[in-house]
Design a protein around this ligand. Structure first.
Ligand code: DGT
Ligand code: CA
Ligand code: CA
Length: 580
């Protein structure tokens, strides 16, 4: 272990001890020692080897010296193990955020069960942090900023976020002459949920390339230019997003568009297929293998596909999930679109943690051309979201009645996002569930159960005969919270057995189910509800990102519950005896 690792470990220990509530003098002793260690110019390991007395160092006492020796000898620290058994280790990371000291971290942990940066971000967004004593709006804003900074230089961007960052750049590029086509390829074009970087392709005459490149790198939001060649440039935007630009001639534009759209796995399969036909596919075009003459295709993507005997394949399908074979056999899916959508079956109002009224949501759904919708506020167990008691729920039904007469053009269903309790039972008694038009169920707590227990818990809920839809089935938050450990295959099979639909939560931060699981749901013949979980009218627009995800999962209108005509939907909704 080098000095940095040792001081990091001791600093972490000090943070955790402080969060646990240790004596301030003891904490100060740790911090003083850490300061000394960070300033050392010689390795501690060498000092120990030379037999030096570490307690002669400023601020290093007997305890600290023995910690250091223990770390050097074993690479571990017993005391740290002991403390982390009680205080979640991730809290030490939390206190490293600007504006979150040990006291605040303790409070976040004890009162909101927040232990990670991810969870803090969610809590801030849900307005749960400002409700704590000692957390003013200013200090919370500071934390939010610290989280953004923390994220900035790590990992992938939500595609929707990348789209926001990209829009001004695309507009900027309109200001230069000579670009005949400008398209975003890569994972962005495949509508992946997150993107690593942006791959921009411009079709332009070669003599225009230098001016175009210059214009590209001079975009005001560029933080630094990583590379700027003749036909290829790479910049990093201030927000941290990397953008590649390639300038291409007409003859190879389609081949490059295909190549850089990927996925890599799809490309590999296309090249294999081409080789069997004596062809070679590259980013420059499709060539006959034995000759090195002109390409047989390259100007358009259609041409490239055609050259290998295939119809054009939508980018969302290019993940090597059987799309090439389906294209070959003429069985490519006819993917669901926004025009197919007839309703939205998951949304919140001011009755729980939503920001708009029932009537506002109803008008907004009507304006989107929907024929039906369901109001699904939280049930009582979800106290942080002000879940409804059965009494409040009944009051809400009166309010729904009023909204029905106010907004007549749309059918408003009484629903609820009923919490699945720790043991898999539901948060409302059957008498209450029986009065609902549509029962959604979801997990909001006990994320830490082991996989077998979690799966069993949810299966129990699915077995309940009044359940219609399992919403956000894995609980994940993109880039922020992993799914809870659960056997998704078992969930899907149980949903099929009990005639329960699964949700594709369209919130771009959730997109839960994952596209692979949607694909599996389709295979099993399950029904999927693509729903926004909107907490305000504007979020009803999440439907678009949900549909991109649905399309990546090969879903057609026929698989989607809320693509049914109002009559068909009614038939499905009332498939159970208890509901008329
Ligand atoms: P990302 O950026 O990580 O979200 O994912 P992509 O798919 O945009 O990947 P990226 O930016 O590394 O490359 C863009 C496309 O270029 C990729 O989807 C397929 C193609 N490509 C890149 N490297 C290779 C490669 O080594 N072999 C093949 N066949 N294609 C590649
Ligand atoms: Ca990319
Ligand atoms: Ca790239």
């Amino acid at each position: 272990m080098d000095n940095t690792e040792i001081s990091d470990r001791l600093s972490e220990l000090a943070d955790l001890l402080e969060i646990r509530g240790a004596n301030p003098f003891r904490i100060r002793a740790y911090r003083n020692a850490v300061r000394t260690l960070r300033g050392l110019t010689r390795p501690l390991s060498a000092m120990v080897e030379d037999g030096e007395d570490l307690t002669e160092l400023q601020g290093v006492g007997k305890d600290m010296a023995s910690h250091i020796r223990e770390l050097l000898d074993t690479g571990e620290l017993e005391l740290l193990e002991e403390v982390t058994a009680e205080v979640p280790r991730s809290l030490a990371q939390l206190v490293r955020l600007d504006g979150v000291g040990p006291k605040k971290a303790r409070k976040l942990w004890k009162e909101l069960e927040v232990t990670t940066v991810d969870e803090l971000e969610v809590a801030i967004e849900d307005d749960r942090v400002t409700a704590l004593e000692g957390f003013g709006p200013k200090s919370v804003e500071k934390m939010a900023r610290a989280i953004r900074d923390h994220r900035k230089h790590q990992g992938r961007f939500l595609r929707t976020r990348a789209a926001e960052l990209l829009a001004p750049l695309l507009e900027h590029m309109e200001g230069v002459e000579g670009i005949e086509r400008l398209e975003v390829a890569g994972s962005f074009r495949r509508r992946a949920e997150t993107v690593g970087d942006i791959d921009l392709l411009a079709l332009a005459p070669p003599d225009r390339a230098p001016t175009i490149m210059e214009h590209f790198v001079s975009f005001p939001d560029v933080d630094r230019v990583e590379m700027s060649g003749e036909t290829r440039g790479t910049v990093r935007l201030r927000a941290g997003l990397q953008v590649d630009l390639r300038i291409l001639p007409e003859s190879s534009y389609g081949a490059a568009l295909h190549y850089f759209t990927g996925s890599k796995e799809h490309n590999v399969e296309i090249r294999k297929r081409a080789r069997q036909q004596g062809l070679k596919v590259s980013e420059y075009g499709v060539f006959r293998e034995e000759e090195d003459g002109d390409p047989v295709a390259g100007a358009t993507e259609e041409e490239v596909f055609q050259a290998v005997g295939l119809p054009w394949i939508e980018p969302v399908l290019r993940e090597d999930r059987g799309e090439i074979r389906a294209a070959d056999e003429g069985t490519l899916p006819s993917l669901v679109t926004l025009e197919d959508i007839r309703g939205d079956l998951h949304m919140h109002t001011t009755w729980s943690d939503g920001k708009d009224s029932i009537a506002d949501m109803a008008r907004a759904c009507r304006d989107r051309g929907y024929a039906y919708m369901s109001i699904s506020d939280h049930s009582r167990a979800v106290t942080v979201a002000r879940g409804l008691t059965p009494e409040r729920l009944q009051e809400q039904w009166e309010a729904i009645e009023e909204a029905r007469s106010e907004v007549e053009e749309i059918r408003i269903l009484r629903s609820s996002e009923v919490d699945i309790l720790g043991d898999g039972t539901l948060d409302f008694p059957d008498e209450v569930l029986a009065e609902l038009d549509l029962v959604l169920v979801a997990v909001h707590s006990h994320f830490g159960l082991d996989q077998a227990t979690q799966t069993k818990r949810i299966l129990r809920a699915l077995e309940h005969p009044m359940v219609d839809i399992l919403v956000h089935p894995t609980g994940r938050l993109l880039n922020r919270r992993e799914p809870y450990p659960v056997d998704v295959e078992a969930l899907l099979e149980a949903a099929l057995e009990h005639d329960v639909a699964v949700e594709l939560n369209a919130n771009p931060r959730r997109l839960d189910l994952h596209d692979r699981h949607l694909f599996r749901a389709r295979e099993l013949g399950l029904r999927v509800s693509v729903a926004t979980d909107a907490h305000r009218t504007s979020q009803l627009d999440y439907m678009g990102s949900g549909l991109e995800q649905a399309r990546r999962g090969w879903l057609e209108a026929g698989h989607v519950v809320n693509a049914m005509t109002p009559d068909a939907f009614e038939t499905w909704r009332t498939r159970r005896d208890h509901r008329s």
